[in-house]
Design a protein around this ligand. Structure first.
Ligand SMILES: NC(=O)c1ccc[n+]([C@@H]2O[C@H](COP(=O)([O-])OP(=O)(O)OC[C@H]3O[C@@H](n4cnc5c(N)ncnc54)[C@H](O)[C@@H]3O)[C@@H](O)[C@H]2O)c1
Length: 341
């Protein structure tokens, strides 16, 4: 297939591009580098340095589909500046949908998020659960899910939304480089690498086994693979939604233990009060993705930490010879030296 990947210079997008190229697809990347990195755009992919609002200049009938990852995705920023999320996510995605309709490109896989569920009622979240986002970021993603349902019914789009839980790990050198970094594993690894004094544990009085919040961590390689399956599974006139998680919860303290174990280093963690709106437990039910996409994640938190540590700090990683569990049959495409092509 010939595919446009929006956000292909970002953390998850670059790994999706890597797997698409490895499978032999033709890939073009639309990315304005607002949070991405030029050196994450892989050789073999054509890069359009453009905003989503300019998608109409790039898309034409030669494309078979779009993988749409480009977004603003900082919860705190979305609370302080909601308008950035209505413009950057909702308006920008509407422009992309208009451009796709105009060009006759009728296949889309969209990066949605567990944040659409808000404070879940049960421990294991299914796609049919109530959606009640607690911040504009989650609300903007939910609005796009609604847009896709309507677009599929009215105009025949084949659409799939993938609601990611907590993504972690790395693929070779392709790793999380968010600024600010709000995610637990990269922050703990920065402490282990001596790049940061300590990491925070937000809340130690949750009704969980060790009192810290429990999340469902999913390896970026497993996550990327779901996009390839979704591209093939999307059916004209339908919009399907799948949660992507492992179904297994890991507490903050368990993640810290994994980081200490993998790095062999002490990791200072400071206990702080709970953050407003942070639920005790967020774990996906992966049943639907397994049934309909045949997708099942295979990598655990230890593997995520090992791969992310190696990507951050290859010379001092405790075991750089750890064999990769990447289920790729041909060598993955490598990051380019960067710069526009
Ligand atoms: N990382 C996670 O744990 C997680 C969890 C749930 C959902 N998501 C979603 O996954 C997607 C990718 O997340 P990520 O962690 O890789 O983020 P990222 O910031 O690393 O990547 C986003 C990419 O999109 C580009 N971009 C943003 N707005 C753009 C615009 N208007 N026009 C063109 N390019 C634009 C950025 O430059 C960046 O390269 C996002 O949609 C995010 O909401 C991520």
């Amino acid at each position: 297939m010939k595919l446009l990947v929006t956000g292909g210079a970002g953390y998850i997008g670059s790994v999706v591009v890597q797997q698409l190229l490895t499978e032999g697809h033709t890939v073009e990347v639309l990315d304005n580098l607002s949070t991405g990195h030029a050196d994450s755009i892989l050789d073999g992919a054509v890069w359009h340095e453009a905003d989503l609002l300019q998608a109409g200049r790039i898309l034409d009938s030669s494309f078979d589909g779009v993988v749409h990852l480009a977004a603003r995705s900082l919860v705190g920023e979305s609370v302080a500046h909601p308008e950035r999320y209505w413009h950057g996510n909702i308006v920008a995605t509407l422009a992309l949908l208009d451009a796709m309709r105009e060009a006759g490109v009728r296949r889309l896989v969209f990066s949605s998020t567990a944040a659409v569920y808000g404070e879940p009622a049960g421990a294991s979240i299914a796609e049919s659960d109530q959606t009640m986002p607690t911040n504009p970021y989650g609300a903007s993603k939910l609005a796009i899910d609604h847009m896709l349902t309507a677009e599929a019914h009215a105009h025949g789009l084949a659409a799939i939304s993938l609601r990611y839980f907590n993504v972690a790990g790395a693929s070779g050198a392709l790793r999380e480089r968010h600024d600010p970094e709000t995610h637990l594993i990269p922050n703990l690894l920065k402490v282990a690498a001596g790049q940061k004094e300590s990491a925070s544990i937000f809340g130690t009085d949750y009704p969980t086994e060790d009192g810290t919040a429990v999340r469902d961590y999913i390896h970026v390689l497993d996550l990327a693979e779901a996009h390839l399956r979704a591209l093939k599974a999307a059916e004209p006139g339908t919009h399907e939604i799948y949660n992507l998680g492992t179904g297994t919860g890991t507490s903050v303290r368990q993640v810290i233990d994994a980081v200490r174990d993998v790095t062999g280093r002490e990791v200072a963690a400071v206990e702080e009060p709970r953050r407003a709106g942070d639920p005790a437990v967020l774990v996906a039910s992966g049943q639907r993705a397994l049934q309909h996409l045949g997708w099942e994640p295979t990598r655990d938190v230890h593997q995520m930490v090992t791969d992310a540590w190696q990507a951050l700090n290859p010379s001092t990683a405790s075991d750089p010879t750890t064999p990769s569990t990447t289920p790729l049959t041909t060598p993955p495409a490598t990051p380019s030296a960067g710069g526009p092509r």
